[in-house]
Design a protein around this ligand. Sequence first.
Ligand SMILES: [Fe+2]
Length: 278
Amino acid sequence: MKFRDLGRLEGDLLIFGGPYSNLHALQALDQIAAEYPAKNVICTGDIVAYCADPAACVALIRTRGWTVVAGNCERQLQVGADDCGCGFEDGSVCDLVSRDWYAFAKARINSSDRAWMAALPDGIIFENRGQQHAVLHGGATDLAAFIWPTSPAEVFEAEVAAIGTPVDVVIGGHCGIAFEKQVAGVTWLNAGVIGMPPHDGHQQTRYGRLSESGFSVEILDYDYQGAAAAMGNAGLTGGYDGALVSGNWPSEQILPLELRKQSVGIEPHRRHKICRLK
Ligand SMILES: [Fe+2]
C-alpha cells in the first residue's frame, strides 16, 4: 500500500467518505467545504458507486482539488474491472444489486478520469496539531477491508501495524458507518459516507469535522428525493434508490450481526454505540 506524506496540515479538517455518485449529496457537502482550504477537505474514497451521477461527482472533486485517497471503486474502475471489488459473495443480495450500478458507472467514466483515479494514493499521512494521522479507505492490510465499530481489537491492531509508521489517529472509510474508537493505541475515526444513509431509517447522511475540540460526526441534509429521482430516471432501481428514501440499506448481509436491525438474541445494551441520529 502506497502512502503519500502531505507533511503538516494546519487548522480544521473536513472529512467525508463515499459520495457514491450521489451528486445531490456532494453538492450539499461542497457548500460546507467552502469554509475550508481545499487540501483540508479529505475524502476517504468511493467517489463513484450506487447513484446516478458518477462522472459529475468525479468532475466536481477533481475541480475542487480536495485531498482524496482511492476507494475500491476507484481502483476497480481505473483498470476497467468487472465488479466493484467489495468482495461480496457470489449471488448475495449485495453482489446482485452492485452489478447494475457498477456497469452504469463504468460506462460513464472516461480515460481521463481513470488516469486521475490511478494517480490517487492508497493512503495519506499528515500531521495536524502535533499528531500524526493516517487516512485509509478500508484498511492498511486490504484497501477493501470492512472495519466496523464492533470489529475485534486484533483487527484494529493488525491494521495499525500495517500502516508501517507510528500514528496517533487513523481515519478510515468504506464501511458506511461513522464511529470513533480508542483502540490499538490510536484514535480510529470513520466519518461515514455522504452518499447513502447509515441504515438508520433516516434519509440524512454523515460527514465529519476534526477541530481543536475533537472529532464530530455531522448530519448532512440534502435533496435525497432529487437523488432518488435521478436514479429512477437512470434506471438504477435495484434497491439503493429506495435506500435513499427509506434510510435503510437494501440488505444487511454485509453488516456484522450486532449492527443488523434484524439481529436476534443480542440485547440492545450490548450493541456497540455508533453515530446515529438522536
Ligand atoms: Fe469502499
